[in-house]
Design a protein around this ligand. Sequence first.
Ligand code: G
Ligand code: G
Ligand code: MN
Ligand code: NA
Length: 249
Amino acid sequence: LTMERELRIALHENQFVPHFQPIVRLDTNQVQGYEALIRWNHPERGLIGPGEFLQVAEESSNIEAIDWWMFEHSSALAARHFSDDRYLALNVSALHFRREDFCGRLLDTLRRTGLPPSRLVIEVTEGSLLDDPEGVRDILATLRRDGIGAALDDFGTGYSSLSYLHTFPLRVVKIDRSFVARLGEPGSGNSDAVVGSILALASALGVEPVAEGIETEAQRDRLLAMGCRFGQGYLLGRPAPLGDPPTAG
Ligand code: G
Ligand code: G
Ligand code: MN
Ligand code: NA
């Protein structure tokens, strides 16, 4: 069985399991929302992460169906189980995001599942802004008009030009965990300057920064001292299926 075929069966048999990782206020540990992260409960291999199948999904064009499966199921779970002041952040593949019917179908899904648009944030990677900046700007503007937020994921790892970043209507930039991991380290690997610049840029553009991959108290304290108010990471809570006891936060 090829993985492509296995993925189609997985969709059909609901073998995917949405996990949720809290996004918290760093000073109070208060949960602001959750990022949905897909996991696959593979019949032979057990629970596997997107690193092992997303690329095949993208190359075999299963990715759209998988993203919609996740949108549908995680929105329904969020509407039922999250308290009213918490939002849901969804990852979307760059390929998929630029499809013409994306926004309409997203609104349909929200209507069906009962999650208000104001409680949804769509995460797009920096790379997806590049191929077609005009098109992406239009889509983000449509999302904003409909009340849906947008986050730029893995910020700092791509090639987005700072000169045009301000032209995208974004609510959030997510500081990539590679910078957070090196915070406070001495020498050339020191990423305090990078994080500092991202925070300054975000502040100037009126976009909320969220730091990713916070694993230690030291990283959290450093980010707070630098003025970053929100974060995500194993220290604050691991991705977990709904219903599991929370690990932190
Ligand atoms: O969860 P980690 O859990 O391993 O996620 C790895 C990558 O997979 C991240 O870059 C994340 O953006 C991506 N990812 C997780 N869930 C989804 C999803 O439902 N759809 C898409 N397109 N990407 C996802
Ligand atoms: O690209 P994106 O930011 O969507 O992917 C988030 C990825 O980061 C997922 O794979 C998630 O499981 C992982 N992740 C979340 N918190 C941490 C953390 O504290 N440390 C590490 N190493 N990975 C994390
Ligand atoms: Mn993400
Ligand atoms: Na990220």
